[in-house]
Design a protein. Structure first.
Length: 218
């Protein structure tokens, strides 16, 4: 009796490779000026254990976060930001006490609270406008804050601090976040000047200085 030779299983077709994720992580925010960022950075000296401090040049107040944005929709977001900020007056931003997210019982983020008249309304308008464009934002309720550090392992709590600091916010920005092993890299996609705010590069005239005569003009 002749036995049939065992047949080898047919080779499996290779799985199609997953499409490359080309979406961007973007957020609208108020940037923190250097004279406010410096004392906040000094407060980070209180960190112990596995707290990872946020770089001072990355301090900001997030207004709306978009985790997945197709590159071709960035211009839509730039137009949205320009439209919603063009009639806004500069905001007087005030810093208050520190706190934790999600709560003091299981802290993962150490932050300082932020207050400004009109800030909640701007954040809500941005999120509504983003959704109207068919794009997604995160589901977290808006709580104005500046993140100072993130917890990466066991670490003691930071003593509570209160800041009597503030600044006049004359600009908002659309920022791209690129994740790296060393931390996120932020690049500004667009800056939106609030009504009545001078461009950042424009020199301010000296107080009470008369305009130059034609002979004095260089």
């Amino acid at each position: 009796m002749v036995r049939a030779a065992p047949t080898s299983p047919a080779p499996r077709a290779p799985r199609p490779s997953a499409p490359e994720d080309r979406t961007l992580r973007l957020f609208f925010a108020l940037k923190v000026p250097g004279d406010v960022a410096t004392p906040l950075a000094e407060a980070q000296r209180n960190l112990r254990g596995n707290w990872r401090a946020v770089r001072a040049d990355q301090f900001h107040v997030t207004l709306a976060y978009l985790p997945t944005v197709p590159p071709e929709r960035v211009d839509d977001l730039k137009r949205l930001g320009a439209r919603l900020t063009e009639d806004l007056a500069p905001m007087q931003v005030r810093l208050r006490g520190t706190g934790y997210f999600p709560n003091e019982g299981s802290p993962r983020v150490w932050f300082v609270k932020v207050e400004a008249e009109g800030l909640d309304a701007l954040a809500a308008a941005l999120r509504d406008g983003i959704h109207a464009l068919g794009l997604k934002t995160d589901d977290l309720p808006f709580k104005a804050h500046i993140t100072l550090a993130r917890k990466k392992g066991p670490a003691p709590r930071v003593p509570p601090l209160t800041f009597e600091l503030g600044w006049q916010a004359g600009n908002a920005a659309l920022i791209r976040s690129t994740l790296r092993k060393t931390g996120p890299i932020y690049d500004t996609e667009s800056t939106f000047r609030l009504r009545g705010t001078e461009p950042e590069h424009a020199p301010q005239p000296a107080p009470h200085s008369p305009p130059p005569t034609p002979e004095e003009t260089p």
